[in-house]
Design a protein around this ligand. Structure first.
Ligand code: HEC
Ligand code: HEC
Length: 248
């Protein structure tokens, strides 16, 4: 509901760009078979991905609902693109964007976005309408978890800096609160899935609705550091097994 209304207005102009992306990918070299001129592949890809950036803009990190994708681990981004394509995540517009794209092209896009280094203006200062007790609860869950309810600290997997870890754990800063909240709803309603065992679905089920609101609010109020790139590897073993983040 929130998703739909938040998207309706800005979407019109963004959708104009989407058509650009859906033309089958071909470099100048493949378009003119036999040409000897080297193809500027990176530039062609950058132009094509302008459609993605219209929603996932580096600067728009707190735009109503659009998640930051820049600087997240390539394998995480690739997994999500495949998940949208295969119906393990459900967001019609994203499904449409990737529906007929090959694994190789999705990997190329994931790799491109993982290399971007966005910078973020400071998070908005908390105002009085924000419940401070709720923010404190959010911070505690993120940094220390809640042993009494077997909720591990988010930082145990997402990293002390919350920038995520290779190969497939995403950073949590620079995401809109509504987006984070909605992802927990999707795990609990079984419309977002990752490879089994799906640790985030398990964690979502252990958190109360108030906890979800608390972590979403607290996380969305943190300013990402200049380098949002993930840690080389999270500290192993993870407190819960995550099929999508298994190390080779
Ligand atoms: C019209 C806006 C729009 C466009 C264009 C768009 N996206 Fe998205 N994208 C979204 C929204 C909204 C979500 C969150 C959906 C959800 O709730 O699961 C999303 C989710 C994602 C995710 C998962 C993010 C995460 O952190 O888990 C990835 C990866 C992604 N998009 C990549 C792309 C790529 C690559 C393109 C270009 C091919 C693209 N998107 C184009 C709106 C858009
Ligand atoms: C046991 C490790 C682990 C713990 C603990 C953990 N996460 Fe995660 N988290 C993951 C993995 C792995 C993914 C990627 C799942 C996928 O591929 O869809 C993820 C994904 C996410 C995402 C999706 C990000 C996006 O851009 O869509 C959010 C939000 C998230 N976690 C929040 C949290 C919060 C909040 C906590 C603490 C309450 C937490 N996580 C604890 C491993 C963990």
């Amino acid at each position: 509901m929130l998703t739909f209304s938040a998207l309706t207005l800005p979407l019109r102009s963004r959708l104009a760009l989407v058509g650009l992306l859906l033309v089958p990918f071909c470099t100048p070299a493949s378009a003119s078979a036999g040409a000897t001129v080297a193809a500027p592949v990176a530039d062609a890809l950058t132009a094509r991905l302008a459609a993605c950036i219209s929603c996932h803009a580096r600067e728009e990190k707190r735009d109503a609902y659009f998640p930051r994708i820049a600087g997240k681990p390539a394998t995480y981004l690739y997994n999500q693109l495949i998940n949208f394509r295969e119906g393990r995540r459900n967001y019609p517009l994203m499904t449409y964007m990737v529906a007929h794209q090959s694994d190789a092209y999705l990997a190329e896009m994931a790799d491109y976005f993982s290399r971007l280094s966005p910078s973020y203006p400071p998070a908005p200062a908390s105002n009085n309408s924000i419940d401070q007790a709720m923010l404190t609860r959010g911070q505690t869950l993120v940094e220390r978890g809640d042993a009494s309810r077997k909720i591990p600290a988010c930082a145990a997997c997402h990293g002390a800096s919350l920038n995520g870890g290779h190969p497939a754990i995403p950073g949590l800063l620079g995401l809109p609160g509504d987006y984070i909240n909605a992802q927990f709803g999707a795990w609990r309603n079984q419309v977002r899935h990752a490879a089994a065992p799906d640790c985030m679905a398990e964690i979502a089920n252990r958190l109360s609705s108030a906890d979800v609101a608390a972590v979403s609010q607290w996380l969305s109020r943190q300013t990402p550091s200049l380098s949002t790139h993930p840690a080389a590897r999270p500290t192993l073993p993870l407190p819960l097994d995550c099929g999508s983040a298994r190390q080779p």
